[in-house]
Design a protein around this ligand. Sequence first.
Ligand code: ZN
Length: 197
Amino acid sequence: MEIVPFPHPALRWKSKPIVAIDERLRTVVREMFDLMYQSRGIGLAANQVALPWRLFVVNVTGEAEEKDQEFVFINPEIVRRRGNVEGEEGCLSIPNLYAKVRRAEQIVVRAFDLTGEEFEMKLDDLPSRVIQHEFDHIDGVMFTDRLSESARREVEPVLAEFEARFRKAQAAGEIPDDEALKRRLKEQEPAAASAGR
Ligand code: ZN
């Protein structure tokens, strides 16, 4: 498992709901947490590891030891958004790029956990921001899509650099072309997986 960089098509994929909480899913979740800690992140969405599943993991402390701060969100919905506030964000898919994003101040999120239990959380501050950021990922939305016009202009050259690097790696055959990557994503969609094998 690895974090795929912008502009990998997985980051533009609208992910499909998970249909089964099984051993494979539990393994993927563990690997996602490990990868997130290694990368010094506080949240990671399945899209970022090229899995088109409505799933993300969060630990706002970023500390692997803080197990009780680990949360898994399966098939999440943001059922309420209140207020709005600007704050700085970064993303493991576009390393070292930070910009201010306007988000709802408080949210209520509903999701399933790894035991299949549904839960609801009311969140403010950093947790609220992280969950809105990760929730965007599973809809194929990047935080850079949500910048003000002037901030967007500032980050444009960095995005262009990422784009150039990715296309170059594709041209060199180090990364499959977009069509092949999209085929792979399609194959990994939950419904297709359960109907297929
Ligand atoms: Zn991100």
